[in-house]
Design a protein around this ligand. Sequence first.
Ligand code: NDP
Length: 457
Amino acid sequence: MVIATTNPATGETLKTFQPAADTEVEIAIGRAYSRWKSYRTTDFTQRSTWMRASSDLLDTETADVARLMTTEMGKTVDAARAEISKCVRALNYYADHAEQLLADELVDAQSVGADRAYARYEPLGPTLAVMPWNFPLWQVIRFAAPALMAANVVLLKHASNVPQTAMYLEDLFRRGGFPDGCFQTLLITSAQVESVLRDPRIAAATLTGSELAGRSVAAICGDEVKRTVLELGGSDPFVVMPSAELDRAVDAAVTSRVQNNGQTCIAAKRFIVHTDVYDAFTNAFVTKMRALRVGDPLNSDTQVGPLATEQNRLDVDALVTDAIERGAQVLCGGGLPDGRGWFYPPTVLANITPQMRVYAEEAFGPVAAVYRVRDIDEAIEVANATPFGLGSNAWTTAASEQKRFIHELEAGQVFINGMTGSYNELPFGGTKRSGYGRELSGHGIREFCNLKTVWIG
Ligand code: NDP
């Protein structure tokens, strides 16, 4: 893939970049490694100061950065602003809490025959982050904020369609005060990732993206015995039971399915509705999906912008076409619209069968699949009938049903009567083919630490 800024609303390529030469990558790794040796001796107070300064800069630059993100990957400018404000909060969260989250863990010294014994968290070293375009700032920040506060240094290989956002990030942390080499953006292709991962100075890697990319990075790191965190795709279930507050459930269903133009890993994608409320839910859902304003993402009235890449739109359309050919019912949307830009209409499909690709694959666009189920057993069975296990959502006010969803949904997170989201205070990640490891909260910052046992006699 060419490294370029191409406006998804017009299809116009605005700027292209040469991938970094291997010698430049070598220099960057060397810089990261030597910087890490001194950076790891800095204290939390110093790192917090740099982190807060970066956060303040980002906050004041919101308008320009939002416009840049919208131009590079098509999210609405309001969504871009919301993403920036979430990043500002995450930077401050780790500036405020890292020290406490990484505090030594004391054990009862007597029971291990020591005068003193504890476990301490130490940084691992230079870490490569391979990141996707869908939340071009947030995906990076949610890794980089804890990583930098834990005294690791970061090399970023961002998606090839968001190079200017990637370069902005390096610039942001540098202006925030982080010493040269703490955060570097490598403008490299995915084919160049392997040699970075195999470099002995690189300690670990994190990847957010597709299963294919995750498998490749994990296989190389497995071969090198290096730690990885993988945040991969999802096809989250959204279960609606008869006791649900239907209006709230419908609103959350629409928001979840179309936010970020339908390109969110933890968005609800499969809507599994009890037969008693199926018609009421589906009618209201389709009415709202049909009424959404699709258009120029820079216009603040727009609710759904274009898909980020031409290929992504083709992939989404192929899933929809396959479902239609195999008998799915189109309740709204479907099909490629005329005109320039990579727009796709909000689409709702019903009568889905296991033979259709959309039954098992992730629809990374504003496409919802609705399923009618007769009871909670069937709801859980359909919800779990996916190779993915990222987020999950259930709407019911019955305590016994809530308990079953919490226990039985195979996912990294379950949200009851509220939209799935990510929060600094809560761990984020998946199970099954959605990956492993956790980001955010204390779990996220500890992923890239060496937990060293200390025993003093
Ligand atoms: P990709 O996996 O193609 O791209 C993600 C990143 O991985 C990019 O930087 C890409 O670089 C790089 N990459 C791609 N192939 C390889 C490879 N073989 N080796 C090393 N790096 C590679 O995903 P998409 O861009 O298509 O993003 C959409 C997917 O990501 C969806 O499946 C979605 O669900 C998932 N995702 C998961 C999230 C989560 O938090 N769990 C969040 C967001 C998305 P380049 O651009 O140069 O190809």
